[in-house]
Ligand binder design. Structure first.
Ligand code: PLP
Length: 336
């Protein structure tokens, strides 16, 4: 066992991991975070939980582009905040626009959450989206942005953009959440990290110190190895995911009446199956049950992501499963 892995570490994480995370985030975002700007938590979800607990006062509003990962509104609500969803649409690749964002921001808005690539849509924000967010931040000098960049390394056919690089003048108000779960297929190790102002990191440390204490020492050592070791596996996984993505997109688009915005990141497809809702299946929950029962394929109903009539599929599985799964979904839908 690596020396020290059997013992407590500092609550915010080992010096090695905080330094490795700072280096990784600085390279991606052009920031100048030091180790003291980083707190390591038990997965990125835990990072977000501690972050919103530390950040929000009762009644603070948090603007979240929707469809979104179900945990954002839930965590915000648990922390006493009020989630405010801003709709995005498949037609333009779920991009952000200035007017709807500006309208959603009130005196009570504390944070805008960005998740690019997005779970569940696979959307990746383009330059216009980033500029829209930066403009809203400039007009609201107290406003913070939390970027959940957990799928940052899984982007296909377009560039991933960092808000901090696009708009360095607002970078001090951008809090970064990231981790090793997706990039290194280390979901079970439970390591995520947050980069932000030292005062915020200290508040999160206080919270973490009375709940989980440090994330598991051995998992932290593994995360250092992932971040600082050879990176070939990242490119290899990226190439493989891209093949599966294409296979899933082609397969879904070949099914009559299925609409799909091509996902540009993460490892999800989010087809619009509204054409199949209304008859035998009254909503996407019933549709997901039908696909499970008749096709033996598990899909996640879109309602959970605030997109009724859609379902989420993951291609973080073998190519054989992707092909067989899509074929079965087509057969199940053909029975409706
Ligand atoms: N953020 C998003 C958008 C996710 O989809 C997930 C996991 O599904 C997480 C964060 C959580 O990551 P972790 O497993 O590191 O807690």
């Amino acid at each position: 066992m690596k020396k020290g892995c059997g013992k407590y570490t500092p609550v915010s994480g080992t010096a090695e991991l905080r330094a490795a995370a700072a280096a990784e985030l600085n390279a991606a975002h052009g920031t100048k975070h030091a180790a003291e700007n980083i707190i390591v938590s038990v997965g990125a979800k835990h990072s977000l939980f501690n972050l919103f607990m530390a950040l929000l006062d009762d009644g603070d509003e948090v603007v979240i582009p929707s469809p979104c990962w179900v945990s954002y509104p839930e965590i915000v609500a648990m922390a006493g905040g009020k989630p405010v969803l801003v709709d995005t649409v498949p037609d333009d690749g779920y991009q952000l626009h200035y007017e709807p964002l500006a309208r959603a921001v009130t005196k009570k808005t504390r944070v805008i959450v960005l998740n690019s690539p997005c779970n569940p849509t696979g959307a990746v924000y383009d330059m216009n989206s980033m500029q829209a967010v930066a403009r809203v931040m400039r007009e609201n000098p107290e406003l913070l942005v939390v970027t959940d960049d957990i799928y940052r390394r899984l982007v296909y056919d377009m560039a991933w953009l960092s808000l901090c690089k696009v708009a360095p003048d607002v970078a001090e108000r951008v809090i970064l959440v990231d981790g090793v779960s997706k990039t290194y297929a280390m979901t079970g190790w439970r390591i995520g990290f947050t980069a932000g102002p030292v005062a915020l990191v200290k508040a999160m440390d206080t919270l973490q110190g009375q709940s989980t204490t440090n994330p598991a020492a051995v998992a932290q050592a593994a995360a250092v190895a992932a971040l600082t070791g050879p990176q070939e596996s990242v490119a290899a996984m990226h190439a493989e995911f891209d093949k599966r993505r294409r296979a899933m997109v082609d397969g879904l688009r070949a099914i009559p009446k299925v609409k799909l915005h091509e996902p540009r990141g993460a490892f999800y497809c989010f087809p619009d199956l509204r054409a199949y809702v209304g008859g035998k299946c009254k909503d996407d929950l019933a549709l997901a049950e039908h696909i499970l029962e008749k096709g033996r394929v598990a899909v996640v109903p879109g309602s959970g992501f605030f997109a009724p009539g859609f379902v989420r599929l993951s291609y973080a599985t073998s190519m054989a499963n992707v092909q067989e799964g899509v074929k079965r979904i087509g057969e199940a839908l053909a029975q409706l």
